[in-house]
Design a binder for this molecule. Structure first.
Ligand SMILES: [Zn+2]
Length: 235
């Protein structure tokens, strides 16, 4: 991806950040600094960094599950709309795709669960006298749960959409399952765009991203099926 820079290499996977992610960080830092002072500005940047650490761990969840099935992940890129793990491998079996798709959100469930237990054991952390922990930890827990719910919306190629395709592919052929999942994804993407136009620019970008990505993935499957078929004819 253009304008992405490698910041680390973890477990053989390049971790990259897209330049727009830094712009997002700067935007929140500057506006909160202006509205609430330096402390608030630094706090909100710290929160975004922690949030994206959770997103990164989510992507590693996918990558590690993929590795288990012999699928390589050369890199993970952090964008303002989330993370993208680029996975290389042939068509997966439906249950493998299912496991890989749920492994990302599962990481966020674990993070939220750990935070919940920590806050339960140390209620002092949410005391307003401790502004750092009381502002960051409960919100981080909530946003991890929100990430799980949002990701499980069956908007292919988001995780929920991959789960949908995997479930469909257990009954139908892969191409047909992808077609249904991609169409569902595009319909939901139009919904994201409409809602995004009115209320949330981030959702607008996600909608556009999902719409085009659904089409690309569908074309990719059609292309691969074509190759398989041609190969079949030759034999
Ligand atoms: Zn995911």
């Amino acid at each position: 991806m253009k304008w992405s820079y490698r910041i680390a290499r973890i477990a053989g996977i390049d971790v990259k950040i897209h330049i727009t992610f830094l712009l997002l960080l700067a935007y929140f830092g500057v506006t909160d600094w202006r509205d609430g002072g330096a402390f608030q500005g630094i706090l909100s940047m710290a929160f975004i960094l922690l949030l994206f650490l959770c997103v990164l761990l989510h992507e590693f969840g996918h990558a590690m599950a993929g590795r288990h099935y012999g699928i390589r992940t050369p890199d993970i890129t952090l964008l303002p709309i989330g993370g993208v793990a680029r996975m290389q491998g042939g068509l997966q079996k439906p249950w493998q795709e299912f496991v890989i798709a749920v492994s990302g959100p599962a990481v966020n469930v674990v993070i939220a669960g750990v935070l919940w237990v920590v806050l339960l054991l140390f209620p002092d952390l949410v005391d307003p006298r401790h502004p750092i922990s009381s502002q960051i930890l409960p919100n981080l827990m909530k946003i991890n749960l929100a990430l799980v719910m949002f990701n499980m919306i069956p908007a292919f190629p988001m995780d929920g959409g991959r789960v949908l395709r995997a479930l469909l592919a257990m009954k139908l052929n892969y191409l047909k399952a992808t077609k249904i999942a991609a169409r569902t994804g595009q319909v939901l993407a139009v919904g994201f765009v409409i809602v995004g136009l009115g209320w949330d620019p981030m959702l607008l970008f996600i909608g556009l991203f999902v719409f085009t990505a659904a089409r690309e993935e569908l074309n990719d499957v059609i292309f691969r099926e074509q190759i398989e078929r041609d190969r079949g004819f030759r034999i």
